[in-house]
Design a protein around this ligand. Structure first.
Ligand code: F6P
Length: 550
């Protein structure tokens, strides 16, 4: 279906602003002139909600661009689509499902059709709380009577990345349980975890929305054998399941009172707040898990009620549209300046790329413009010593999200000041760059002669005008992590609404799964049947089979 006229005009206005110089003659992608001209730019282009600050003053957004982007949000009916999501409408149209991860945060009042989603959530949360209390208090023990000291979560994708990221961020010495995450079907992963676990003291959660995922079911069978070898038929006392597929959990042999369900209106990459988050609660304690939900709930309330011009997830999404569709930047880097957030980029890679890696609109027409950018990242300062070279001087501008935490949880003030200084300096360096005059002056001061300056000058110039969004948290705790992750979730929703795509399905992951079946059979048989595979795959299979045999 052709784009609605008003929407097409709104897109054209944004694209035109990004192509033409500004009225003062500066380039539409430039940032330095905006900061130079407006002493209050930080005040006007940063927003704080419940202590979380978003600063877009080091982007090239100006008043006109922001107004055009907000008009686009209006033309795309972003607010209407948001409200339809909150009303439990089946906005995931290709799967005919509602999208209600907000209900998981416990605000109450979420329904879908006849179903009281909030009541179901409350019932499961109460069971999770009781289960945690029983494990932590020692009422629930392993088959040999020992208390559980470790929890192993077996899951992949959304059944792994969110909980693993949150636990890594929030776990502190003295927390109730140690948590381990097994995702990859590569048994090297299991072999790396196994020596750290005593089966008599390990609680195993099989986390899978579908309970059919090959990697998870293979690992679950491996681990169940390991439990059985140690505690025999008592293995069941060490197992619990987190899933929507109650028939499959029963078939796997997990008792119904050990199954923590959630519904198909929770997408895998949005599921850390559901039963899938049980490992987080077991590891950090129930109170921490509740604070995590509270942080997300606070961001939900903001997203649902704040005017779009002051709505953090919407503003973050509009900046992305400016970068991707206006200026043609194809990637974004996430740089948390906090080691505890080391797995946040991995979680956001799935959240953003599985959601926004789409090429048709909701009605199946080609989307006609770029959608989700490549997302990658590493904690700062590590990133500075690896890929930041390309972001400073490469030919592809890569906007960065720089995430700073003001107050650390350690006593090493000097280290923390250096960390913050580096994060702030990266944003400044990317924005300001270094021009030829500055490089020349610096080299002259260091005693370089004219020939040397001429030789090195092009290599030492930084173009600058490279955008960053800074997100500042007062401290990193369950509440602020909940806010931060929900901020990105609602940003993803907003981008889906702006691009007119379905951010909640993931058909693109299916083909590889289908094709793996016949290839697995060829590996089991030791050779591919003639003509069964393409020439390249056949060649590789034959070579691998030869190496396995030899
Ligand atoms: O294959 C992709 C995917 O379906 C993700 O969307 C999901 O998070 C992951 O696999 C795991 O799925 P499940 O929780 O059903 O095992």
């Amino acid at each position: 279906m052709a784009e609605d006229k008003g929407l097409a005009a709104a897109w054209a206005a944004v694209e035109a602003l990004a192509r033409r110089p500004r009225p003062d003659g500066t380039a539409p992608h430039s940032i330095r002139p905006l900061l130079a001209a407006d002493p209050d730019r930080f005040g006007r282009f940063s927003w704080t909600v419940d202590g979380l600050l978003l600063d877009l003053s080091k982007t090239s957004l100006d008043d006109r661009a922001l107004a055009a982007l907000l008009a686009l949000a209006g033309a795309a009916d972003l607010a209407g689509k948001r409200d339809a999501m909150a009303r439990g409408e089946a906005i995931n149209a290709t799967e005919r499902r509602a999208v209600l991860h907000m209900a998981l945060r416990g605000a109450g009042g979420f329904r879908t059709g006849e179903e009281d989603a909030s009541a179901e959530v409350a019932a499961v949360l109460a069971r999770m709380r009781d289960f945690c209390a029983a494990v932590h208090g020692g009422a629930l023990r392993g088959a040999t009577g020992e208390r559980f000291t470790d929890v192993l979560n077996i899951g992949i994708g959304g059944s792994d990345l969110g909980p693993a990221m949150a636990t890594r961020t929030l776990w502190r010495e003295g927390a109730p349980l140690r948590a381990h995450y097994l995702g990859n079907v590569d048994a090297h992963a299991w072999e790396a975890i196994r020596p750290r676990l005593d089966p008599a003291r390990t609680l195993v959660l099989v986390a899978s929305k579908t309970f059919t995922t090959q990697e998870t079911m293979t690992n679950a069978a491996l681990v169940r054998n390991w439990l059985r070898a140690a505690v025999g038929e008592g293995a069941g006392q060490h197992l619990a399941a987190l899933s929507t597929n109650l028939a499959a959990t029963a078939e796997f042999g997990i008792a119904p009172d050990r199954v923590f369900p959630f519904r198909d209106w929770v997408g895998g990459r949005f599921s850390l707040w559901s039963a899938i988050g049980l490992s987080i609660a077991l590891a950090i304690g129930w109170e921490g898990f509740e604070r995590l939900l509270a942080g997300a709930r606070a961001m939900d309330a903001h997203f649902l009620s704040a005017p779009l011009a002051q709505n953090l997830p919407v503003l973050l999404a509009l900046a992305e549209v400016w970068h991707v569709n206006g200026l043609g930047y194809p990637a974004r880097a996430v740089l948390p300046y906090d080691q505890r957030l080391a797995r946040l980029p991995a979680h956001l890679q799935q959240l953003e790329m599985e959601s926004l890696g789409k090429r048709v609109t909701l009605d199946g027409a080609p989307v006609g413009r770029a959608t989700g950018p490549v997302v990658f990242g590493e904690p700062g300062t590590d990133a500075q010593h690896s890929f930041m070279q390309l972001i400073h001087q490469g030919t592809t501008p890569v906007p960065c999200d720089i995430i700073l935490v003001a107050r650390p949880d350690h006593p090493h003030a000097d280290s923390h000041r250096k960390l913050l200084a580096n994060g702030l300096a990266q944003a400044k360096a990317l924005m300001r760059g270094k021009d030829a005059a500055a490089v020349e002056a610096e080299m002259r001061a260091a005693g370089a002669d004219a020939a040397e300056i001429a030789r090195l000058l092009p290599h030492r110039v930084f173009p600058g005008d490279r955008p960053t969004a800074t997100i500042l948290l007062p401290q990193l705790d369950p509440f602020t992590l909940g806010q931060l992750v929900a901020l990105y979730e609602h940003k993803v929703f907003s981008l889906g609404a702006l691009w007119g795509i379905n951010a909640f399905d993931q058909w693109g992951v299916e083909l590889g799964k289908q094709l793996a079946g016949p290839i697995l059979r060829a590996l089991e048989q030791g050779a591919p049947a003639a003509g069964a595979q393409d020439g390249s795959t056949t060649g590789l299979l034959r070579t691998i089979s030869g190496l396995l045999a030899g």
